[in-house]
Write a protein that binds this ligand. Sequence first.
Ligand SMILES: Nc1ncnc2c1ncn2[C@@H]1O[C@H](COP(=O)(O)OP(=O)(O)OP(=O)(O)O)[C@@H](O)[C@H]1O
Ligand SMILES: [Mg+2]
Length: 225
Amino acid sequence: MLIELESVTKIYNQGRANEVKALDRVDLTIRENTMVCLKGASGSGKSTLLSIIGCVFPPTDGRAAIAGKQLSRMPDRFLTIHRRQTIGFIFQQFNILPNLTVLDNITLPLLPLGISPKERRLRAMPLMEKLAITHRENFLAGQISGGELQRVAIARALINNQPIILADEPTAHLDTRLSQQFMATMADLKAGGKTIVIASHDPLITDDSRIDQVIGVKDGRVNVP
Ligand SMILES: Nc1ncnc2c1ncn2[C@@H]1O[C@H](COP(=O)(O)OP(=O)(O)OP(=O)(O)O)[C@@H](O)[C@H]1O
Ligand SMILES: [Mg+2]
């Protein structure tokens, strides 16, 4: 299994007055080369679940194995390295830096790896082509369209050739046409071998026939059909 959670609990601010149990003994396995959706109300724990799968932090309790590595009590430094190699993130607001060019945004994850500018561009070229943004390479990201911005975010999530793509409410700021385009790109990436986990309550995603499994999240617990 590519993603395997066993009785995962996540407590924020443990032991303090503002303690929150965001995940409560979650069992979840996700196979390689599948596309799944996490669906649930606001505050149910979807983003927290993505953070555990995305190696942002280990569970407070329980076991999480991502791409063959146990996260539980893994030191931060190793967690960060594992995350860079394994996970591509696409955020709701895309988190693109408006004052950097399209190329610099896409290659941002390569900076900590000490890869030369020339090599960074070489790696970005096929992705920009695939996502039809080559003509915007040297534009500032603040000066391109919403659909182009979305494709820049996707390219950035792929730049390290990570096997797992996580998307948190990716269509929240997109119109119907761009949302459909987003799903088509995800389906395409799955066909190319990626494993994709999308947190969303957008029917355009949750009801899409290309989603292999919809996982219900409610009050920090999951419900696997
Ligand atoms: N950094 C944090 N510190 C404290 N509590 C947090 C933190 N992040 C999330 N929470 C709490 O954990 C619970 C789950 O939050 P989470 O963000 O995972 O929900 P969600 O399903 O993604 O919601 P939404 O649909 O609104 O994005 C909520 O009660 C939330 O307030
Ligand atoms: Mg969320």
